[in-house]
Write a protein that binds this ligand. Sequence first.
Ligand code: FSO
Ligand code: SF4
Length: 542
Amino acid sequence: MFCYQCQETAGCKGCTMSGVCGKKPDVAAMQDLLVYVTKGLSAVTTRLRAEGKDVPHEVNHLITLNLFTTITNANFDKESIVARIHATLDTKEKLLSQVEHRDALPQAAVWTADESVFEAKAAQVGVLSTKDEDIRSLRELITYGLKGLSAYSKHANALFQEDTEVDAFLQRALAATLDDSLTVDDLVALTLETGKFGVSGMALLDKANTTAYGNPEITKVKLGVGKNPGILVSGHDLRDLEMLLEQTQGTGVDVYTHSEMLPAHYYPAFKKYPNFVGNYGNAWWKQKEEFESFNGPILMTTNCIVPPKDSYKDRLYTTGAAGYPGCKHIPGEIGQQKDFSALIEHAKKCAPPTELENGEIVGGFAHAQVLALADQVVEAVKSGAIKKFVVMAGCDGRAKSRDYYTEFAKALPKDTVILTAGCAKYKYNKLNLGDIGGIPRVLDAGQCNDSYSLAVIALKLKEVFGLDDINDLPIVYNIAWYEQKAVIVLLALLYLGVKNIHLGPTLPAFLSPNVAKVLVENFGIAGIGTVEDDLKLFFPEA
Ligand code: FSO
Ligand code: SF4
């Protein structure tokens, strides 16, 4: 196996024996093959569009769910990945019969075989099958961005929002990673275009979430537990959460969020459920201890699954793109009602959660809420009460080096405000960093995709302050990344013209020295140093 798609990749180079995430070589191989056949299908759909034919929504959904399935920590279940390869090949066969100019198609588009050769084929089509390291780097950078974009598209689709332009681009770009005639310059341009559609994809999801559930608003989220048994929901899919909340009404079972589901509490629509108690625990990587002490069933709606301990494996359920061998999967396609009764019955037999902590945290600072406070914020900037905003969005992870972010947040000058989104917040959201004239010093916009909100806020401030360049705002960027959704967020920020983003705790292993150089020279991308040095860098005036 060879995988280097996430920040925790072995030795900052690549996982070759087994994944640091727990992915085994046989699963890695089937994921490689799933990506390959999905690229092949995308070449077919792109050709069909070029010939003026329509591509059904179901095919778009198949492609996005395939890519989502291969995101770090989403799906460890070989059987379900193999089933997706079969479904993709079947769909491709049907569509191929409609293509007029088959000779224009790459090999991946016409390849088909039975399962006995899957393994052998997988060994030929992985990351290392592209020999030139710069081309490989750009192909993977684009593919990882598209994986992130797929996840966001899937959540929007689940709320009946479609953007066929995003799907068409996603498939065109995916197919382009098979095209040997494209140069480094072509692929750099395609990388930026990926960022452009990243903005569209996040805007679509923002529209989907806020249309269905209202605009996030300032909310205090409880950290303690109640006396009822509970179900813990993790991941990002708000539609799954909604169905679960509906089905748990009157059952005596409470619902708690974990990790990336925390921001669900900020939406007005979810406040009406009396059994939606609060948030339990911290970021995804703490789940081994926290799932154990939760005592009740856990629903993983997306990544990030840590291979479960036997002590709670029977309480772990997956749905959507998520999967783990031996854990029950709750079926249901986009638009279908899911049946969570198994979890509810399971919960009734479990003890209530063991309390980990008490108190509350405040969040809900997505664009509409921050813009509603715009006068107050602008006044604080003009008066000098707020000197700088520090975007510390992104991801949390296991690496000890991520303690940097806690120390950095603690050491920030008191006249700075942290803008955050994604699970990176767990490094500092319980530090009680105080407020500036009533504005909390940590403003949490929501999930990783709500980084879109941070961009909307920045663009609005640029307008209010009458600036020509987003980089003239008193905003600096110190972003933590982990998996492929963070890649699309990064590409989206680059497309919006944001410069000098610091990315840590390490730069992606999939950036070749030359591709890294392009990002450094054109966008001022940099890594992180020590807290002390970085503070001097970000606040030279202090
Ligand atoms: Fe991932 Fe990062 Fe969203 Fe986290 S991009 S790791 S679980 O911030 O949040 O899915
Ligand atoms: Fe390694 Fe990350 Fe790939 Fe898992 S997802 S195999 S940890 S690079």
